[in-house]
Design a protein around this ligand. Structure first.
Ligand SMILES: [Zn+2]
Length: 270
């Protein structure tokens, strides 16, 4: 079995277990901290307090049965591995860290503006295989006519903002996910929350006052709702265990546009 690199070192892919594919731990940009936390305003960051808070929050994640999170905090969002190492020494959770760049402007992924298709095209035109690409935040859209063509290339759909009501309310996210499962796209879906223990841009901004990042919303609300609608455990394991492992190892992640065919639509047991 191949291994996947984590903050604590390589982990056997078979040990990744239930995985949240798009989360964050700390969104804390040093430039913001140095300017607004030191030069122009009151300090909003207390290292020990925030570490203790993260240990509690991620400890609860582990206790709920999640064994791995992928921290998508790339350079540009405040990636800082030593802080995660300090944290991870206190929490028994695999943390896979993303690298690369935060290309919010250059490769915008705005589901409402359907820019996922453009991002996909930009990457595949440079030779990236679709099965190595996740269109993150695709789940902000409920437009199946937008989502199907992404998945039909073999790329992954990031249904990864459960709980961010501002972009798409929970009942709509669940309905869209059920529709995708009904059409046989379960093998190409990543489930996550895009949550974090701390976001520096929330500090003092009333626009974010109602945001309640919750790493366990999928476990506590989404999966029970799916089960109520007849989604079985094998389908849930596929999204929460198998798909993350397949994506992170690159093994058994071949494009499968035939997934859209009707045969798979019977996967939802009624
Ligand atoms: Zn994110």
């Amino acid at each position: 079995m191949s291994t996947v690199e984590t903050v604590r070192g390589p982990v056997d892919a078979g040990e990744l277990g239930t995985t949240l594919m798009h989360e964050h731990v700390f969104i804390l940009q040093p430039e913001a901290l140095q300017n607004w936390g030191h030069a122009f305003g009151p300090l909003y960051w207390d290292e020990q307090e925030r570490l203790a808070d993260a240990v509690a929050k991620l400890g609860a994640v582990r206790e709920a049965g999640i064994r791995t999170i992928v921290d998508q905090t790339v350079p540009g969002l405040g990636r800082y591995i030593p802080r995660l190492q300090t944290l991870n020494a206190e929490v028994d959770l695999n943390i896979v860290v993303a690298t690369g760049v935060y290309a919010f402007i250059e490769l915008s992924k705005n589901a409402q503006a359907r820019t996922g298709l453009e991002a996909l095209e930009a990457l595949t035109s440079h030779g990236v295989k679709p099965e190595r690409i996740v269109i993150a935040h695709a789940g902000d859209s409920n437009d199946l006519a937008y989502l199907r063509p992404i998945a039909d290339t073999g790329a992954w759909l990031g249904c990864d903002r459960f709980g961010i009501e501002h972009f798409n309310p929970l009942p709509d996210r669940i309905s869209t996910l059920l529709a995708l499962l009904g059409e046989g796209y379960g093998k190409q879906i990543h489930l996550s929350h895009d949550a974090a223990c701390f976001y520096d841009f929330f500090v003092g901004d009333p626009a974010f006052a109602d945001e309640k990042p919750d790493y366990l919303l999928i476990s506590n609300q989404v999966l029970p709702a799916l089960r109520e609608q007849g989604v079985n455990q094998a389908q849930i394991d596929e999204m929460m265990v198998d798909n993350p492992r397949r994506f992170l190892t690159g093994i058994d992640a071949a494009p499968r546009p035939e997934a859209a065919a009707g045969a798979a639509a019977v996967e939802i047991a009624r």
